[in-house]
Ligand binder design. Sequence first.
Ligand code: TXA
Ligand code: MG
Length: 353
Amino acid sequence: MLKIKTRILTIEDIAADKDKIEAAAKLLRDGEVVAFPTETVYGLGANALDPEAVKKIFTAKGRPGDNPLIVHIADIGQWSGLAEAIPESAQALARAFWPGPLTIILKKREVVPHEVTAGLDTVAVRMPSHPVARSLIAAARVPIAAPSANFSGRPSPTTARHVLEDLEGRIPLILDGGRADVGVESTVVDMAREVPVLLRPGGITREMLEQVLGRVEVDPGIMSPIREDRPVPSPGMKYKHYAPKAPVTVFRGSEDRIRLAIDREARRQQRWGKKVGILATDDNKDFYTAGIVRSMGSRARPADLAASLFALLREFDELGVDTILAEGVDPHDEGLAVMNRLARAAGFHFIDV
Ligand code: TXA
Ligand code: MG
């Protein structure tokens, strides 16, 4: 792939000059890709109605062509142009959680190109809340297809620097909007089925969805590997994803057993000359006697754990650790998203203690 110059615009640049957003929006209208901040993670956007532009996303990311993209809108009116029929239950979700970290899947309209949906007859739509994302999409005046702006298989980017690390020389522009608040990708819920199905947990938790919808099924692919004998509900589930370079092991069980087992394993690996990273929580971080310890935050605030997870996985890569030992957390509220991302980073390598 030909190397191109990647420009970065800071939040100050953007705030000082309204034309900057307009210029970025014009790039999008002209069929280019632009990386931009959202409240979840950074996205790599292109005009969702332009198949050639959408193909550039796949090339820049090295993304498999059978993994569909989420379409981002700035105005609720854009939704009905993309999705066939919008049932009352889906509208209730949108009223409750948009703009915000929720993606809703419905039957697609003809205009949505194959390149976006990877040939599926459904389309995933989300209205982000980040002000830079909102003004960019509004200024583009077209819906924007955007996966996370990481190189395929790397942890999703929560800062503009992460995007640059992965995609420098591959994309023309990054809008820097500071650190992404939520830190994990949006919750994905499939509303094209009889019963709503949670396909990817995120900042809008299962508990929050249930308050609006009543019952929500949780796809088994969230916490265990996809079985070969059943159809894949969401193509993204097939891929290992979110992986740092070092192998990850997730320890599950009671907190005191987790920390004992991790400490023992860290000491053992260190004796073999291995550099060990421990992905800990505030509650246990002072307990460890070996390894490089980084805390995701307090177990009492699972949203904090989610917010720091990907940045810490990248930090362990930079430190060049040989292995990462991660504390499992309670799979409730935002903890479900944390466990889902940890499971996938680990290739579902759990140790139950
Ligand atoms: O927070 C987010 O959602 C971020 C920001 C940029 O908005 N975007 C993001 O996109 O995480 P991506 O491409 O990394 O993840 C999209 C996920 C994939 O797992 C994909 O398989 C699934 O959504 N998906 C997209 N369209 C789908 C569809 N029609 N049916 C089932 N799954 C779908
Ligand atoms: Mg992604």
